[in-house]
Design a protein around this ligand. Sequence first.
Ligand SMILES: O=C(O)c1ccccc1N[C@@H]1O[C@H](COP(=O)(O)O)[C@@H](O)[C@H]1O
Length: 228
Amino acid sequence: MNLQPSTYNLPPQLKVCGLTKPDQIQELISMKTDFLGFIFYEKSPRYVLNQMKIVDILKISHPGKTGVFVNEKIETVTHIAKKAGLHLIQLHGDESEDFIIELRQKLEPSIKIIKVIRIGNNNEETKIKIKETINSLISVVDYFLFDTDGKAFGGTGKQFDWTLLNEFKIPLPYFLSGGISEENIENINLLNQKPFAIDINSKFEIEPGNKDLKKIKKFISKSPKGTI
Ligand SMILES: O=C(O)c1ccccc1N[C@@H]1O[C@H](COP(=O)(O)O)[C@@H](O)[C@H]1O
């Protein structure tokens, strides 16, 4: 294969989020996507249950099926996790430490929890919020995910100032997210502590929930995963 010279490096793992089409999911699996993200938030234009049945998700054979929830009831999260055979739960709202502790008790022990920290403008207030959130959640989650704080809970297509992360020691592996695209990924080199995974979504779509597989393929082939 004739690879073009890469201008960026990628972390070891890739998550593609906002999936709604079974044929695209199969192709992403054959492209060795590590995490498949399904959005269980009714207000999202990528709400998976508008396009697929829960049993269709159950039938997908892949070890990184991730359910994205926003301020959902514990009973709903645990019910969907079981019915869809999820391996990871991504909490993308304002879920508290107590909520996560209770959720953890009710989930199958093998299910990992990703807690999203949404990041606003680069200022003192934001820094304090990030520090406090990290410290309060370190022992109750498996991964952090840093995304941009915007009007919507997620899928904003907007990037936050990644250099803000250099101000903290991040005590868990983390996913980097928020408007990641071919144009801005090279800024990953500015990060002192590299992400465990990147999470791509709206910048790789033809329309919400309809992924641009050619674009994703090109993105991965320009820089094999694990080059950082
Ligand atoms: O994509 C959505 O519609 C969505 C809705 C509610 C919560 C999370 C959502 N997606 C997550 O948002 C981030 C960033 O996406 P983008 O690259 O900025 O489009 C990603 O982690 C998705 O899991």
